[in-house]
Unconditional design. Sequence first.
Length: 236
Amino acid sequence: MGTKLLLPLFAGLASGGQVAEAAEWRGLVVAEESRCSRYERDDYQYADSYEERQALEDRIVERMGGRIYGPYEGRDFRSVRQSDIEHIVAISEAHDSGLCAASPRVKGQFARDLLNLTLASPQVNRDLKGAKDASGWMPALNRCWFASRVVEVRRKYGLTIDRSEAAALESVLNGCDHFEMVFEGPPEEPLRLYDDNRNGRISCAEARGHGIAPVDRGHSAYPYMTDGDGDGVVCE
């Protein structure tokens, strides 16, 4: 679930891990953030409807082997409704790092790019991390994956990086021997959790009793349920 950072550390990292002025670091221009145009959150929509959001969540879950997983916390969620779609490089941070000059098409592409998307609990996404960059917040787990992904996303979109964030990321990357996402603990067993009568299937009554209905195809219970109309949602 990650890509190794193969580019060498470019000139610009001074002694003590400080990034020098006017430097290039790991292929990124080091510069202070600058808001070259007004930030409008609506310019960065990742879904125009519930169905589009659901499809995007399904793709994120698929990339994690079918687990509804928050890599920052090492947590399996019972449903995508317990989690937020989280931008690894925050949208406002990207805007102030060069995306403010991008076209509407590129801004929309950034908002929906799976390279920059994962899942997180609402508390982490909205309160703890929010719009902070890596100098202001780092996850408790999967720091190597997170740091490498930040660099990857910034490279892809030609974003700059400020000195404090480059130094924070370098302090992590220097100690990494791999950049893959690490899954903590086993996935939850849906039959143990929701199959109250132990018949090997999960009914809508059981799903509602556990507060997970409606159940979409990204949920771990879905394979044990009957989707009569094949629309990817059970117990609407």
